[in-house]
Design a protein around this ligand. Structure first.
Ligand code: NAD
Length: 311
């Protein structure tokens, strides 16, 4: 049983000849997303941290689709979003091998972990969920623009409601008070603001952007909750396992944003249950979106960035 209900993506769009990149897809809703892209004929670039686990996920997908014809293909690319060096190397490899990129799904994420810093010294949830994806997307963007029509889908969360809604650029690592769920909320607010600002900057290019809440899904995302919220995690696990969506159901709004003709001409918006939704003001304020863009450019050291340079 899905959490209350689960809208399914009805699109029949095929992806033959298209290249689709998905981050963090060895498990959870990312795995179901790549499975669907593969069924529809795409060349799928699985950008993941753990090559062995990703190969096992791909073997599993191939086994379960072996009766199907006109399926696509898979390429695995190693990507650790918590390291700018890894993000840059992965983007470079993809740019060397892929003349076109038609779909990018920024899906990977971590939730409510104990306080840690990324390899570059930033609070880990903000670094992984936002900064790593921000850098990865911007490095690939000239090629995506060249491949238009193309779509960029960023998996956010209704958990953008957690915390005070501020980005805390003056205390980026939350040294003055770290709450695991609030730090997750900050990173997910950043996901929605990034999609909004990117959509605005890409108007007229044929590249459209989307952010979304996938629902409450029974995946491995809560792997840190027993450390950070030992009491509530047992209750939360019970409810999610009993009433949460399955990963297939959880992938539907991502698939809608990536594939459906109905949203082909929309950009920068936030979705839930395969329809446009309204995030909290903190995640739809244009000034905050522009500020996040400018600060993120500095944090990932892309000061002279120009997405319209030749790809
Ligand atoms: N599960 C839910 O209820 C829920 C609700 C709202 C939003 N989301 C969002 O959905 C997305 C997918 O989550 P999921 O539920 O499938 O969780 P999951 O834990 O099953 O999958 C997350 C994926 O991200 C990858 N990942 C984590 N850190 C990484 C790093 N440093 N570099 C590269 N990859 C990394 C993991 O390896 C895994 O493949 C996340 O962005 C999450 O915030 C999930």
């Amino acid at each position: 049983m899905g959490w209350i209900f689960s809208e399914m993506c009805q699109s029949e769009t095929r992806l033959d000849g298209k290249v689709a990149i998905v981050t963090g897809c060895n498990t959870g809703i990312g795995k179901e997303t790549i499975a669907e892209f593969y069924r529809r004929g795409a060349k799928v670039i699985a950008a993941c941290r753990d090559i062995q686990k990703t190969q096992a996920a791909i073997d599993d997908i191939k086994e379960s689709t072996k009766e199907l014809q006109n399926v696509g293909s898979f390429v695995i690319q190693e990507l650790d979003l918590s390291s700018f060096e890894s993000v840059r190397k992965c983007a470079e490899r993809i740019l060397q091998t892929e003349p076109s990129i038609h779909l990018l799904v920024d899906n990977a994420g971590i939730m409510a972990c104990p306080k840690q810093l990324s390899k570059d010294g930033y609070e880990l949830q903000f670094a992984t969920n936002h900064l790593g994806h921000f850098l990865f997307t911007l490095l690939l963007l000239p090629r995506i623009i060249k491949s238009a029509p193309a779509r960029i889908v960023i998996v956010a969360s209704s958990a953008h409601q957690f915390g005070d809604g501020k980005m805390h650029f003056e205390d980026i690592n939350l040294d003055n008070g770290y709450t695991p769920s609030h730090a997750y909320g900050r990173s997910k607010t950043a996901n929605i603001l990034f999609a909004r600002e990117l959509g605005k900057r890409l108007k007229g290019t044929g590249v459209t952007t989307y952010s979304l809440h996938p629902g409450i899904i029974n995946t491995e995302l809560g792997r840190h909750l027993h450390e950070t919220y030992p009491w509530t995690s047992r209750l939360a696990n019970f409810f999610i396992k009993s009433f949460g969506k399955t990963p297939i159901q959880g992938a539907q709004t991502t698939l809608y944003c990536a594939l459906d003709e109905k949203c082909a001409n929309e950009t920068g918006l936030y979705y839930a249950e395969c329809a446009v939704s309204t995030p909290m003001y903190r995640a739809r304020c244009d000034e905050r979106a522009a500020e996040l863009w400018n600060e993120s450019i500095k944090l990932v050291k892309l000061e002279n960035y120009d997405p319209f340079q030749p790809a």
